[in-house]
Design a protein around this ligand. Structure first.
Ligand code: UDX
Length: 436
């Protein structure tokens, strides 16, 4: 089956490469000529483990190609995926659908066969209806079905998430749409991955509801962590204790500096806007967004407290280990490190940072922070080290070396990757999140 993927960013590229790996013929389309040129040279526009290899092998096998020409790319494709960005609209937090609608228009004008148009971009409820309207207004004589098929890919684990999904959600309004999507996902169907067929609006809402629920789970445990610190309880044990209840589940209960990334912050805001527009307030999500926003800077204050509080912070130096919103990505979008760094800079602290992949993208977001060449370079002469992202490289630091390089042996572990007892036994002043 021929599949066209319009938009070769994170979601488009991972999905396109995986579909090709299933044996489909895939064309990834993007307007950005330099991105397509680089893809032709085997250079990935994003950092995602395993992606370069997957792209390379499928290009070699002749199943995966790249182009800037939409008309040529969609010709003969039975499924045309829209996988362009839906950033938060400036000012009001609504998802910006400009790119989605522009693609729908161009597809309508250039369609040369019957096809299913699939929105993979995260789009608010009702977007599929508008895409359908745009396509029929384009005057195409071909049969078109508009389907919603949200992605649930975690950065850093996206290929595995795509190939071994917990579920595939398809929102379709007719048999043509359902049949083509069954064909698209047949290889996974054979693997017994559950496919859930629902109506289009339901599918659109499932994506937001899933992300909002996960954001709520994280925020819930983060507030429990704060309470643990006050009452002398251990949040990791609380997570284990509640997570063993199957109704709750153990995942997404790691307390930390707050969620960031390309999805949770944007999708929670967009869901709030939809709820407002339909006069159906979602107060839990409102609280989640507020609590998470406040938490990021509060984590900066926690680090300031560890170096003696605001009054003693000026002129001190703090090493930040980890800048990306989570490990195994170079993504800096809404990363808690930005607020942590800012809170420190605002107190007159000199901040030196190291991240295995994120420093390039981090630089413009934190111009006052100096980037180091490795963790030890960052730590040298610092009055404290703060672990902000749980990269594997930080789990196995040479702690004796860390201690000897630090000006004062203070470690603030915002991801709870070290054991408090061990750290204190080594002579560190050790602070973590929600643990005594
Ligand atoms: C998320 C969803 O998991 C994915 O299904 C969706 O399609 C896109 O958004 P992603 O943003 O890549 O994926 O990262 P994820 O692993 O979900 O983490 C999001 C944020 O939550 C990170 O900042 C992470 O550090 C934080 N987090 C996650 C916690 O603080 N605690 C947890 O227990 C889990």
């Amino acid at each position: 089956m021929k599949i066209a993927m319009v938009g070769s960013g994170y979601v488009g590229l991972v999905s396109g490469a995986c579909f090709a790996d299933f044996g489909h013929e895939v064309v990834c389309i993007d307007k950005d000529q330099s991105k397509i040129d680089r893809l032709h040279e085997g250079v990935m526009p994003i950092f995602e483990p395993g992606l370069a290899e997957l792209v390379e092998s499928n290009v070699k096998a002749g199943r995966l190609t790249f182009t800037t020409e939409l008309k040529e790319g969609i010709a003969g494709a039975q499924a045309i995926f829209i996988a362009v960005g839906t950033p938060s609209r400036r000012g009001d937090g609504h998802a910006d659908l400009t790119y989605v609608y522009a693609v729908a228009e161009e597809v309508g004008q250039n369609l040369s066969n019957d096809a299913v148009v699939v929105t993979k971009s995260t789009v608010p409820v009702g977007t599929g209806d508008e895409v359908e309207r745009i396509l029929s207004a384009s005057g195409t004589s071909h049969r078109v079905a508009v389907v919603s098929n949200p992605e649930f890919l975690r950065e850093g684990a996206a290929i595995n998430d795509f190939k071994r999904p917990d579920r595939i959600v398809i929102g379709a309004e007719d048999d043509f749409g359902r049949e083509v999507m069954r064909e698209v996902y047949r290889p996974l169907f054979l693997n017994e991955s559950p496919i859930l067929f629902v109506n289009r609006r339901t599918s659109e809402l499932i994506k937001y509801a899933a992300n909002a629920f996960l954001a709520t789970k994280i925020t819930f445990i983060n507030e429990m962590a704060d309470l643990c610190e006050k009452v002398g309880a251990n949040v990791q044990d609380v997570s284990r204790g509640i997570g063993m209840d199957n109704r709750i589940g153990a995942k997404f209960l790691h307390a930390g500096p707050g969620y960031g990334g390309s999805c949770f912050p944007k999708d929670t805001l967009a869901l709030l806007k939809t709820a407002e527009d339909y006069d159906s307030p979602t107060r839990i999500i409102e609280a989640v967004v507020k609590v998470n926003d406040g938490r990021k800077r509060a984590m900066g204050r926690k680090v300031v407290d560890a170096i003696g509080g605001q009054d003693n912070a000026r002129g001190k130096k703090v090493a930040l280990l980890g800048l990306t919103f989570k490990p195994d990505t170079d993504d800096m979008r809404d990363s808690p490190s930005i607020a942590v760094a800012q809170a420190l800079v605002d107190c007159g602290v000199e901040v030196v940072a190291y991240d295995p992949e994120g420093m390039e993208l981090a630089k413009p977001l934190m111009p006052e922070v100096t980037m180091a060449s490795d963790p030890y370079d960052a730590i040298e002469g610092a009055d404290a080290v703060a672990i902000v992202t749980e990269w594997d490289a930080f789990r196995a630091l040479d702690l004796n070396r860390v201690k000897s390089l630090l000006n004062a042996p203070v470690v603030v572990d915002l991801r709870n990757i070290y054991r408090a007892d061990d750290m204190r036994a080594m002579g560190f002043t050790y602070e973590s999140v929600g643990r005594p």
